[in-house]
Design a protein around this ligand. Structure first.
Ligand code: HEC
Length: 187
């Protein structure tokens, strides 16, 4: 058999074999790495809370964890004193991206934010239950849930945020949807 035919056959065999090999772990490629714990935690939970994991947390636990996990170092012993932004009360300001918890439209978003972003200096260290407890604590401190309310994957999405009705759900986008300056009110 001419050499070029042999080469073609080998190339064909390699190509045919490729999908099979692709499914095996690339043990010796030297590329990629397993995700870190922090990356595994980096799961988005949407405003409807559908992706909330099983777990639970109480207001009392949240108060304890707020101190134990160092939240108080930045937000103050009761979440109001700072030096960082207050987590209780507060007014909307156009000077920063600060949006007080009382103005957030969906409670699961608070859980999602705390779990992925806080504590600011060590994001990813909080467990699922700690995050439920911290969310419960902050919702209670903002007068949104009762002291005995327990936050779980079922109860958190049912929390009605006080300013929920100030928000409109955007219309489903189509190429005909008006945008940018087209939607500014006429002067
Ligand atoms: C090292 C300082 C620091 C620590 C520790 C910290 N935070 Fe924060 N936190 C911040 C800063 C700064 C912001 C504002 C971030 C921004 O707007 O980008 C913030 C924002 C927040 C917000 C969003 C508030 C809003 O209305 O926008 C929540 C909720 C929050 N932190 C909860 C916590 C909790 C719970 C902990 C403890 C697990 C914690 N933080 C620990 C610095 C900190």
């Amino acid at each position: 058999m001419p050499r070029c035919w042999t080469a073609l056959l080998v190339a064909g065999a390699v190509l045919l074999g490729a999908p099979v090999h692709a499914q095996e772990p690339a043990a010796h490629s030297g590329l990629g790495r397993p995700p870190t714990d922090a990356e595994l935690h980096d799961v988005l939970v949407g405003p409807d809370g559908e992706d909330l994991p099983p777990g639970s947390g109480t207001v009392a636990d949240g108060e304890r964890i707020f101190a134990a996990r160092g939240c108080a170092n930045c937000h103050g012993p009761t979440g109001e004193e700072g030096p960082s932004i207050p987590l209780v009360g507060g007014d909307v300001t156009t000077r920063s991206n600060y949006w007080p918890i009382q103005h957030w439209p969906f409670a699961p978003s608070i859980w999602d934010y705390i779990r992925r972003v806080m504590p600011y200096d060590r994001p990813g260290i909080l467990t699922v239950d700690e995050t439920y407890a911290l969310t419960a604590y902050l919702l209670h401190r903002n007068g949104i849930i009762g002291e005995e309310d327990v936050m779980t994957a079922d109860t958190l999405p049912q929390v009605r945020m006080p300013r929920r009705d100030d928000y409109l759900i955007p219309e489903t986008w189509t190429p005909a949807t008006r945008r940018g300056f087209e939607i500014l009110p006429e002067r």
